[in-house]
Design a protein. Structure first.
Length: 242
């Protein structure tokens, strides 16, 4: 009897390990997508804009691209790459308090006016990853995301009370809705902007922050299903515009 059981088990193991394996679509296909490396203002659907709270000093905020790169990223560059640049913002306020400024994407609308633009993030996003240069001020850096239900989530990335570059990683909570269950609903989580808040007791005379290598990690196939291409069919188009 025992011999028969062993023979049966051997046959099952043979079938499992020797038969061809049929590949299945992976719902965990992980990719890292760069939102902006800040080496150039060209080639994007948006530009970076800055707005600040009411006690901002005259002539501020100031922003622009300047040469620079975190040392940890230098080995990744090749001689063919353009000069490494980073996005910098300088602010000063007339008094201490609950001051803030936001760095956000903006795009030109059909009337030629600059308006807020939210960057769509593909797939099921698990992490945001970027480099921020701190000037050792007790300021808090936040990231704003809009979920597929229309709510804006403000997520703390940490304080900027350090000198130089630091790689900041934000884990996206699983409860955040990233795709509407409705056909007509939003298909993506969107990035709204960065926000920096001052500590009420911290100096506000002259503050600078820089950003570099902004990217995110995502499961790109998580929202793809059999028949996904039928989701956005235009019935007017297939009926000849009738």
């Amino acid at each position: 009897m025992k011999r028969g059981v062993l023979v049966c088990m051997s046959f099952v193991l043979f079938m499992l390990f020797c038969l061809p394996v049929v590949a299945q679509p992976s719902t965990k296909s992980v990719e890292t997508i760069i939102i902006d490396d800040f080496d150039s203002a060209d080639g994007k659907d948006w530009s970076w804009n800055v707005q600040a709270s009411r006690f901002i000093a005259d002539g501020f905020p100031k922003s622009g691209y300047v040469p620079g790169i975190p040392n940890s990223l230098r080995p990744l560059r090749t001689p063919e790459d353009p000069e490494a640049m980073v996005l910098g913002v300088q602010v000063a306020y007339d008094r201490k308090g609950d001051n803030w400024f936001e760095v956000y994407p903006a795009a030109t609308d059909e009337n030629g006016e600059l308006t807020n633009y939210e960057i769509p993030l593909q797939g099921l996003v698990t992490q945001l990853d970027f480099w921020a240069w701190g000037a050792n001020y007790l300021y808090t850096l936040e990231v704003m995301l809009r979920d597929a239900d229309g709510r804006v989530h403000t997520m703390k990335a940490g304080t900027l009370n350090y000198n130089g570059w630091k790689n900041l990683v934000i884990n996206i909570p699983k409860h955040m809705t990233q795709q509407s269950r409705l056909r007509s609903g939003p298909k993506n989580l969107t990035f709204v902007g960065f926000r920096v808040r001052t500590d009420p007791a911290e100096y506000v005379d002259d503050f600078v922050v820089y950003f570099d290598q902004f990217k995110y990690t995502t499961h790109t196939l998580d929202n793809i299903y059999d028949g996904f291409d039928l989701r956005d069919i235009d019935f007017d188009a297939i009926n000849g515009g009738e």
